[in-house]
Design a protein around this ligand. Structure first.
Ligand SMILES: Cc1ncc(COP(=O)(O)O)c(C=O)c1O
Length: 382
């Protein structure tokens, strides 16, 4: 058994991130400025999107996207059941009605057939979630959106750098929001960004992220700036600091190396878990690349001789941290007023009772991955 605890997730912070943060601290300009602009340029380069707005979270990106698209009371927005609460909270915060639909059985992405069934004359937008580092069926989703004149606000919290049929996520829907929270593949500790090809939308999102103040408000205290500004609409405050961007810039540059390592670790674990009764290793989508944000196995208790919950507990006792992505929205008391239920999303409910996210991140050694495999193998006793 492992002697030390293997956390479910750890960021990989190198000398460049440390040096970058120190430089910003010493520069005297700590908040949104040149580093945040550089971070945005890198995101544009990676995604191919014409505009990128750096924010302090993906949640802010989704929220401001809905606001900028004019979605509000009386509108319905379709979201998948298998997601983080942020995806539905933003719909509620703009005063719209969330309509929660089921996911596909194989990869837990929003089910395009379920989207079609949920459309009403009040539907205004779909929020597809590119779960676990693979893209949703964007061809179908964009076709549905076009046919019904709906906006597509992509939740790519898990998926910076993912391609759908060779095209980068970040330019397909009206906006795409990325997360750089500490557990994500690329981090700024807390952070996010929105990409879009629509200049007006990008400008509105940027303005809403800075109190609704007129353009380039961040320059106010710089040599090029002026003291005068106008508030054009009441906004929020969710800009990304240069301190955070200084962590994110080298992270984005090292992304290909991070992803190569994630690939290697995923292949090693899948190989190690092969043939284990009652354990299903993650399934890939033929229409998407996989950046292995999560490594989600399914446990069939009857065949594995151990339940999902017990396996989580026993792994913890063997010094292996795990997580579950996600507790479906229908299980949370906060969303009861919206008519969610297990009966309406039976696939998400069934999947939830079986899934475990095992540790998988570039900081792990081959031995760490082998320890995870060995512990699961020991505990599965058909
Ligand atoms: C699917 C999904 N959407 C949105 C978010 C929110 O991201 P952030 O913490 O950057 O606001 C998360 C974060 O875990 C997520 O998993």
């Amino acid at each position: 058994m492992r002697q030390t605890f293997l956390p479910y997730n750890l960021p990989l912070i190198g000398d460049e991130e440390v040096a970058g943060v120190l430089k910003v601290l010493q520069s005297g300009w700590l908040t949104t400025g040149k580093r945040a602009q550089e971070f945005e340029a890198l995101i544009r380069e990676i995604t191919g999107a014409r505009y990128a707005v750096a924010l302090n979270s993906c949640t802010a990106g989704l929220h401001l996207s809905l606001l900028a698209l004019g979605i509000g009371p009386g509108d319905e927005v379709i979201v998948p059941d298998m997601t983080f609460c942020a995806t539905i909270n933003v719909v509620i915060h703009v005063g719209a009605t969330p309509v929660v639909v089921d996911v596909t059985r194989d990869t837990y992405h929003i089910d395009p057939d379920a989207i079609e069934c949920a459309i009403t004359p009040r539907t205004k937008a779909i929020i597809p979630v590119h779960y676990a580092g693979q893209a949703c069926d964007m061809d179908r989703i964009m076709a549905i959106a076009k046919a019904h004149k709906l906006y597509v606000v992509e939740d790519a919290a898990h998926s910076i750098g993912v391609t759908h049929r060779g095209r980068q996520i970040g330019t397909l829907g009206n906006t795409t929001s990325f997360s750089f929270y500490v557990t994500k593949n690329v981090t700024t500790a807390e952070g996010g960004a929105v990409t879009t090809d629509d200049e007006a939308l990008a400008d509105r999102i940027r303005r809403l992220s800075l109190h609704g103040i007129s353009r380039d408000a961040w320059k106010r205290y710089s040599a090029e700036g002026s003291w005068y500004y106008e508030v054009l609409e009441p906004g929020w405050k969710c800009n990304l600091t240069d301190l955070a961007a200084a962590i994110g810039i080298p992270q984005l540059r090292r992304m290909p190396a991070f992803y190569k390592r994630r690939d290697e670790l995923a292949a090693r674990m899948t190989q190690g878990l092969q043939g284990l009764p009652g354990i299903t290793t993650p399934r890939g989508r033929p229409d998407s690349s996989n950046i292995w944000h999560l490594y989600v196995i399914e446990v069939d208790a009857a065949k594995a001789g151990i339940s999902r919950d017990e396996l989580i507990e026993q792994l913890k006792k063997r010094n292996i941290g795990t997580s579950v992505h996600f507790i479906p929205l229908h299980r949370h008391p906060a969303y009861r007023p919206y008519g969610l239920s297990a009966a309406r999303c039976p696939v998400a409910e069934e999947v939830f009772t079986r899934i475990i996210s095992l540790p998988l991140y570039p900081k792990m050694t081959d031995q760490d991955a082998d320890d995870v495999v060995e512990a699961v193998r020991e505990l599965v006793t058909p």
